[in-house]
Design a protein around this ligand. Structure first.
Ligand SMILES: *Cc1c(COP(=O)(O)O)cnc(C)c1O
Length: 392
């Protein structure tokens, strides 16, 4: 990364009034984050609150059936049931050391809102979450979780009443309250320094997985797979492997229904360059640059942008990006439940579906590692609804 750019992507495309808090954050990342004080506290919280290290699990039944070795990094076993907590605990700790009193977040499906509210409660910070009014309605359980954790959830009634409107509102709020408030971004997106910060906080996933893999097999995996919404669980597991040229890295995007002209969330595969949420990246847009609606059966993948580093890693040839549709993801979800006794998040099921599709194309020694970014209890209703709609 140079000056906040990954190749030609990244940077900060924000109104001048947001430069001071971004520079303040950049300074804190430089001066506080590497320090003993921050690192000791962060490592202790990851161990004793988040429950790290999460296990590395070899899937004996599926490996036999597929004809290659399949492994999972178990972020589903982290506190709150997904990887998002690694990032929010790190940012909450940093915000606290910076003297901030409030965490501000926006959320679509509500998972990042819950992770932020959790970290805020832990560290005694206020928490304010903007959420599109439609999403508030659709995600009642997560709204109740956030409120139980002490957060204030503000429904955004503007425009489409979904994530992009919540993002606009959160940025407006940050402009006014920047002295007291840290904007806790939930993925490797947004203006510099957020994409690098979130990646570095999530890189604990890849560092653990790399060491665990070496310990259990004596080698490195041949392939690492992760689903990509904004891209934080993927960057987190990819980052420590980027210099290992023998390790293939693949990001899996959501193709939605997978039919021509359907809404989807496959931004790297099907998007085009533009500016979203303060960063130059790929996004789903009309010819005049209006954001297109996105869709995936997995709520956490339903985002019309992607982290700028992913676009760079794709263009430089280091990371391959493939697409998996709703049906394939639901089938992989059911397969992991029945064959291995693990209920995966629908987001992670996209990565798993790609692994299942490799059956017959790999040698029996090939080792494939999938980042299981979260658990699927939250998705049971969506899966039942999907299956009844499809007549299964
Ligand atoms: C939010 C979420 C994702 C997508 O976000 P990334 O930033 O792309 O990781 C993936 N999996 C789960 C379980 C999530 O909650």
């Amino acid at each position: 990364m140079k000056n906040g750019y990954f190749g030609e992507f990244g940077g900060r495309f924000v109104p001048e009034i947001l430069m001071p808090p971004l520079l303040e954050l950049e300074e804190a990342i430089r001066d506080m984050l590497p320090g003993r004080d921050f690192q000791d506290r962060f490592q202790a919280l990851l161990r004793n609150f988040v429950g790290r290290p999460t296990p590395l699990t070899r899937l004996a039944n599926l490996s036999r059936e597929l004809g290659f070795e399949l492994w999972l990094k178990r972020e589903d076993l982290a506190h709150t049931g997904a990887h998002k907590i690694n990032n929010t605990v790190g940012q909450a700790l940093l915000a606290k050391q910076m003297g901030k009193q409030c965490l501000l977040a926006e959320t679509g499906a509500g998972q990042h809102g819950v992770a932020t509210a959790t970290a805020a409660a832990l560290l005694g910070l206020d928490c304010l979450v903007y959420m599109g009014a439609k999403d508030v309605h659709r995600q009642q359980i997560n709204v109740r979780r956030m409120e139980l954790l002490g957060a204030r959830v503000v429904p955004v009634e503007a425009s489409t009443q979904t994530l992009k409107d919540a993002i606009n509102q959160a940025l407006r709020h940050w402009i006014k309250e920047q002295d007291t408030t840290h904007y806790c971004i939930g993925s490797v997106v947004g203006p510099h320094p957020f994409p690098g910060l979130v990646r570095d906080l999530q890189a604990v996933i890849g560092r653990e997985a790399r060491a665990q893999f070496q310990e259990q097999t004596g080698t490195l995996p041949d392939q690492v797979l992760a689903c990509v919404g904004g891209g934080s669980n993927a960057m987190g597991i990819f980052h420590p492997f980027v210099d290992d040229q023998s390790v293939g890295l693949t990001g899996i995007e959501a193709a939605g229904r997978g039919t021509p002209g359907c809404y989807h969330s496959a931004t790297v595969n099907q998007g085009s360059p533009g500016v979203l949420q303060g960063t130059k990246t790929y996004l789903l847009q009309t010819e005049d640059g209006q954001i297109l609606p996105s869709h995936s059966v997995a709520p956490g993948l339903d985002y019309p942008g992607v982290g700028p580093e992913h676009v760079h890693l794709q263009q430089s040839g280091r990371v391959a990006f493939v697409q998996v549709n709703d049906r394939q993801a639901v089938e992989a979800f059911q397969c992991l439940c029945r064959k291995e006794g693990i209920i995966p998040a629908l987001e992670s099921s996209h990565a798993l579906a790609h692994a299942l599709s490799l059956k017959g194309s790999l040698s029996s020694e090939t080792q494939v590692l999938v980042n299981l970014s979260g658990r699927g209890d939250k998705d049971l209703d969506i899966v039942s609804e999907y299956c009844s709609m499809e007549g299964n």
